[in-house]
Design a protein around this ligand. Structure first.
Ligand code: B3K
Ligand code: ZN
Length: 868
């Protein structure tokens, strides 16, 4: 490659030399030649009379200062340096861009027939030369001009102020956003859509027009998004006392989008996956995903837009906090325990894996080459856990006081993570000095607990030792402030009140040292401890539980999460023991007590079906792989499948009874119905591995009246490799070939196909009429699923999976580096495999590294991995 891309460091932050208070943009939209005119009011704030603007892939047409042509500028790689400037001036820049050729989907591009933009993190510089940094906040006015018949809707941020017709069938609309914002929140959309309209009246009486724009013909799929939006607006008023602040809120669904959605002020642009749903096209999981993402983007209006980030190293300031808010929203509207379980699965699976990978970074990274690489599970999900820990330490009241103070201090400005913690601390009086380390320290801490009971003194001592292993980015680790939520039970299942030094103490212990003992008094007999309740910190818990204790907690713990977690720990014990057995040539088996414990869960009349379904779900191959330094892909797959088969056979009668008892005639998206379907379908996923599997799956597929049940049948046929699989797959593809979004579920099944010839099938599927490597959703569904969720076939020792990955990555490196950079993740952890696989993966990474046009995105990851 030419020049190695340079890293930026958090410690090097400098305030901008100039600020831009207002910008007026005009877009003359044409597919290959769009002219952008940017008129900015610029003020010098530092000493320099030179203004250095960011710009990528732009054709500069002209530069004017205060209306006269200016020649004192220099263009270089990614920059425009304008010199000898007055202290205050109007800067006019004309640039030409080519939206049609923009396959990277960053800046202004075409999605299907529509123009749309994606500017976060640094996409605005692909539209015009600008101070493309989040601490420059300007008031935007945007005029959009385009052909009227092809683009009847011309949208941008804020409120619509004027419109008119032009010659040649063109028209224009002007928008004004009164809230100063950084360029990354700018958006423009032009196209022809169907619009779902509604209204919302805020608590203080402001009328807000709600508009959801979807491709023509998709109006019947926009309803759930609208309901979710209204629920979000209401929830933010009730729980966080936050109201919407413009007269209009628009959401546009597009098919070509690199991520889930984008919170542009007043004009969210969404991946159609997170908008479109009806009972025939979307699963329950899709419905819940839409609710969460609509909520997430809406909540950004305050946490992200009103208070934004000073620099991109602070990304978790808005993302961790907004994920926390969307998780709370989903939990308040649905099942709190099920939501918590699913969030914890993400942390324990892919987030812990990221923490242990060459990409390991703190939630507030110190060093970045390509910012798009840091929209990670660590910044988002672990970031949310860090917010959640503060919530645990401060309580809801203290936390809300902290939020109030945060907005009082920082509304309308660009802030830092430190500003947020300081507001929390100042508002509550809780000392968060040591807690701040969570922002700067990467890696996953392990908390190892030992206990002892003193019968004579009636004391129970819990010794907690914390340790964080070095990570590639950071050798030295310090002790963190870990809120450690515990509860003690008597053998009879009663809760023991916690007392230390003669005083009652809170369930949340402040673990702050590398080793710390807690002595609980007045404990009349050896108790059973429930620890890390609610997953009170993103750590690995180590404690030598007996089977009996875990089985006790599965049925007796007072809270659902603790019960689920005990079940997971029990499964983990058996999975680990069986992996060892298999490696030594033995067979897989699970004790009858364990089977009985799961039988008890299955037959419980008090637990919610949705929760029982979670209890019965085995940890994923990826999560189990994370437990090992060296991963034995085949042994893990064999053990997981064998445990499934054993449970299926031994619980056959109960599973069958549950399966039939939960049949629902009518489909509804109520939480109770979702729960019943979840339990029924997990029962089916087990029964698929028994003799009656093929018949049951087939009849469910044939009688399903909703997508959840259809996909559950197909999933079961796929993972148990049932005879009916081919029939189902071809029936579905015949029915849905015209609809890429619905076909994504089918592509994912091809990707996760456990059959030996899966790779050949994946390759031939790439010529399916509905597939295109240009579309990120299609690519992630087929190729991404194969790389990430088909461990046995992807990691085949032939190396063919890796070679295929290499080919795909080389192609995407040129067309869409952001998508390539997501897909490469499973290859980065190559050190976790045996020497043969390591060598094969490494060869692919080396080939990528040798490319002369390697994008920054892949460069950053490949070089880190090879250095590991
Ligand atoms: N803020 C956007 C993500 C932008 C990703 C840029 N590569 C969506 C969100 O987190 O809400
Ligand atoms: Zn976000």
């Amino acid at each position: 490659m030419a020049d190695a891309p340079q890293a930026k460091y958090r410690k090097d932050y400098q305030p901008p030399s100039h600020t831009i208070t207002q910008i007026s943009l005009t877009f003359d939209l044409h597919d290959t030649q769009t002219i952008v005119t940017a008129v900015s009011q610029v003020k010098q704030v530092g000493k320099s009379h030179t203004l250095t603007l960011d710009g990528e892939g732009l054709e500069l047409v002209s530069v004017k200062v205060d209306g006269t042509s200016w020649s004192e500028f220099k263009q270089s790689e990614g920059q425009l340096e304008i010199s000898n400037l007055p202290a205050e001036f109007e800067l006019t820049i004309d640039t030409k861009i080519n939206p049609e050729d923009n396959t990277a989907l960053e800046g202004l591009y075409k999605s299907g027939g529509a123009f749309c933009t994606q500017c976060e993190a640094e996409g605005f510089r692909r539209i015009t030369y600008y101070l493309d940094r989040p601490d420059v906040l300007a008031v935007f006015t945007t005029k959009v001009i385009a052909d009227k018949s092809n683009f009847p809707f011309l949208l941008s941020n804020g409120n619509r102020v004027e419109s008119g017709d032009l010659e040649n069938g063109r028209h224009w609309v002007e928008w004004h956003d009164p809230h100063p914002k950084p360029a990354y929140l700018f958006a423009l959309v032009a196209g022809d859509f169907d619009v779902l309209r509604d209204k919302y009246v805020t608590r203080s009486g402001r009328n807000v027009e709600l508009e959801i724009f979807v491709d023509k013909g998709n109006l019947d799929r926009a309803n759930h998004a609208m309901v979710s939006l209204i629920n979000s607006m209401k929830w933010d008023e009730e729980r966080f006392d936050l109201e919407y602040d413009l007269d209009i809120y628009m959401i546009v669904a597009v098919d070509f989008f690199n991520m889930g959605a984008m919170e542009n002020k007043g004009l969210n642009v969404f991946n159609s996956k997170y908008v479109l749903a009806n009972t025939q096209t979307a699963t329950d999981a899709d419905y819940l995903g839409i609710e969460a993402v609509i909520g997430h983007e809406y909540f950004h209006n305050w946490t992200g837009n009103r208070v934004t980030c000073r620099d991109w190293f602070q990304l978790s300031l808005k993302e961790g906090l907004t994920v926390f808010r969307d998780q709370e929203f989903s939990s308040d509207l649905g099942s709190r325990s099920v939501n918590r379980i699913n969030n914890v699965r993400i942390i324990r699976g892919p987030q812990f894996a990221e923490d242990a990978s060459p990409m390991s970074h703190p939630i507030r990274p110190e060093k970045v080459i390509e910012m798009n690489n840091f929209y990670t599970l660590t910044v988002y999900e672990k970031g949310s856990e860090v917010i959640r820990m503060m919530h645990t330490l401060l309580g809801e009241d203290g936390f809300q006081k902290g939020m109030k103070l945060y907005f009082e201090r920082h509304d309308g400005t660009a802030a830092t993570c430190e500003d947020f913690v300081a507001a929390m601390e100042d508002a509550s009086g809780v000392d968060l000095k040591q807690f701040r380390l969570w922002y700067s320290q990467s890696g996953t801490p392990t908390v190892s607990v030992t206990t002892s009971y003193d019968d004579a003194a009636k004391t129970y001592t819990m010794t907690v030792v914390q340790k964080t292993e070095p990570t590639l980015d950071q050798e030295e680790k310090q002790a963190l402030h870990i809120p450690f939520n515990v509860e003690l039970y008597t053998q009879a299942g009663d809760v023991i009140e916690l007392q230390c030094n003669g005083e009652p103490v809170s369930n949340v212990l402040d673990v702050k040292q590398s080793s710390q003992s807690f002595v609980f008094e007045n404990v009349s007999s050896r108790p059973i401890p429930s620890m890390l309740r609610e997953f009170s910190a993103p750590v690995v818990l180590e404690y030598d539980y007996s089977d009996e204790e875990l089985i006790f907690l599965m049925s007796q713990a007072r809270n659902d999460f603790a019960r689920w977690d005990a079940g997971q720990m029990l499964l983990a014990k058996y999975i680990k023991a069986n992996v060892e057995k298999v490696q030594a040539g033995g067979d897989v088996s699970v004790s009858s007590e364990v089977v009985d414990a799961f039988r008890g869960v299955l037959l419980s009349e008090t637990l919610e079906p949705a929760f029982i379904a979670e209890m019965l779900a085995l940890p994923s191959h990826n999560e189990v792989s994370g437990w090992y330094k060296q991963v034995d892909v085949d042994a893990i797959a064999h053990v997981l499948k064998s445990i499934k088969v054993q449970l299926a056979n031994e619980l056959h009668d109960e599973l069958t009874a549950v399966y039939h008892s939960l049949n629902q005639q009518e489909y509804s998206i109520e939480h109770a119905s979702i729960g019943k379907r979840a339990l029924r379908n997990i029962a089916l996923s087990y029964l698929a591995f028994t003799e009656q599997g093929n018949g049951l799956v087939l009849s469910q597929y044939d009688s399903a009246n909703n997508m959840t049940d259809t996909i559950a049948a197909m999933n079961a046929a796929n993972s148990a490799q049932l005879e009916c699989r081919e029939r189902l797959m071809s029936d579905y593809s015949d029915k849905w070939t015209h609809d890429g979004l619905v076909m994504d579920k089918w592509f994912a099944l091809q990707g996760t196909n456990p059959a030996k010839d899966a790779l050949d099938k994946v390759k031939s599927t790439m010529s399916h009429a509905a597939f295109s490597l240009k579309n990120p959703n299609r690519t992630r569904s087929l190729v991404g699923a194969f790389f990430n969720m088909n461990p046995v076939q992807f990691h085949s020792v032939t190396g063919e999976g890796y070679q295929f990955a290499g080919e795909i990555l080389r192609e995407l490196n040129s067309s869409n580096p952001q998508v390539a950079s997501r897909l490469i993740d499973p290859l980065l952890k190559f050190r976790k495999y045996d020497p043969k696989r390591q060598a094969l993966i490494k060869a692919e990474l080396e080939k990528l590294k040798a490319m002369d046009n390697l994008a920054k995105d892949l460069f950053e990851k490949v070089t880190k991995a090879l250095a590991s």
